[in-house]
Design a protein around this ligand. Structure first.
Ligand code: FE
Length: 335
């Protein structure tokens, strides 16, 4: 009996040892990722276990779990959250020729603690036939009183908005940023509510005239099973605003290896796969994001929106200015 128990325990221990896995904490909430993880599993035999939550919750969780945290990878959908995770000492530096080769230097951390895996731009969406394309120009001009009662944008606790305001701070300083945020609040069609898709739907339905949204959401609404999204998106078009002295606002979704990662080698393999041509293509085709790997094309739909010049402020600035952005949103009364 005892012998059997010992043997049984041994077999279990061996089985556990043989199970190769990687634990991914991710804030990304897109169906393509499920497919990607599956492709990675098939390719490597490494099982992907996913914990999904908001960035702040995942960061807290890793901190609370401490040395025993099962987390190998933290993925966020915003640059400022990667910056925050690094400043709180959650990541470790990674040596990977593949990541360095595939990801441009400006889209990864200088100590190689986090890596941008996709790009997204935050743009203006207007209703076809509204004439708004003649009115729209820069991000700065969205605060112009001529747009009073027209702007649909989500709440200021959203990370995409915080990074947009962080970029405004980088371009013009805090004082200007406060004036700008107040201008946007004064121009809102209604009090902030809902997600990016809600803003686009509202504009299509005649509530407000300009929605501020990330590009890929427009792509995800096309042919959506939810008819209200698929119908709404037919009525709108994307406009790429620029900063007065720059290009169109870019944010990244990316990830890093957690300092205490129990499966570090698998975690590096995971990130390398995410930066591979196969994965980059799926990010582009399946989720309408802009790939970071050179040579991988955007989807036909995304290409049809036209090209734009990317803003050149460093991705780190979005993280550095995040706290000020949050403060300014509060002062401006942006709910
Ligand atoms: Fe998103």
């Amino acid at each position: 009996m005892l012998k059997r128990l010992i043997l049984g325990t041994l077999a279990l221990a061996c089985a556990m040892y043989a199970t190769s896995e990687v634990n991914v904490y991710s804030t990304r909430h897109y169906d393509t990722d499920k497919k990607l993880f599956k492709m990675f599993e098939e390719k490597t035999g490494i099982k992907v276990n996913v914990v999904k939550a908001k960035a702040s919750a995942l960061i807290n969780r890793i901190e609370n779990e401490g040395k025993k945290s099962p987390a190998d990878i933290l993925i966020t959908a915003d640059a400022a959250r990667l910056y925050k995770a690094k400043s709180e000492g959650l990541f470790q530096s990674i040596k990977s020729d593949i990541l360095i080769k595939n990801i441009p230097a400006e889209l990864r951390d200088e100590d190689n603690q986090w890596f941008g895996l996709t790009k997204r731009s935050r743009v203006a969406v207007y209703k076809i036939g509204s004439g708004m394309e003649k009115e729209l120009s820069t991000y700065e001009d969205l605060a112009n009183p001529k747009f009073k009662g027209t702007i649909m944008v989500r709440s200021s606790n959203n990370e995409y908005n915080q990074s947009l305001l962080a970029a405004i701070i980088a371009h013009h300083g805090e004082e200007y940023a406060l004036k700008w945020a107040k201008g946007i609040v004064a121009n809102m069609a209604m009090e902030p509510k809902g997600n990016d898709r809600y803003q686009v739907k509202s504009v299509a339905n005649g509530i407000g005239k300009i929605a501020i949204a990330n590009t890929y959401y427009v792509g995800k609404m096309v042919d959506n099973k939810d008819k209200s999204q698929a119908e709404a998106v037919k009525k709108v078009k994307i406009f790429f605003p620029k900063f007065e002295n720059g290009g169109t606002h870019i944010n990244i979704s990316g990830g890093g290896v957690v300092k205490t990662a129990p499966n570090k080698e698998n975690a590096i393999k995971f990130l390398e796969y995410m930066a591979s041509a196969e994965a980059q293509e799926l990010f582009a085709q399946g989720n309408f994001e802009y790939p970071v790997l050179k040579g991988v094309k955007t989807s036909d739909l995304v290409s049809s929106w036209g090209s734009f010049e990317e803003d050149k402020i460093s991705i780190n600035t979005l993280g550095k200015n995040n706290a000020q952005a949050v403060k300014i949103f509060d002062l401006a009364g942006w709910k």
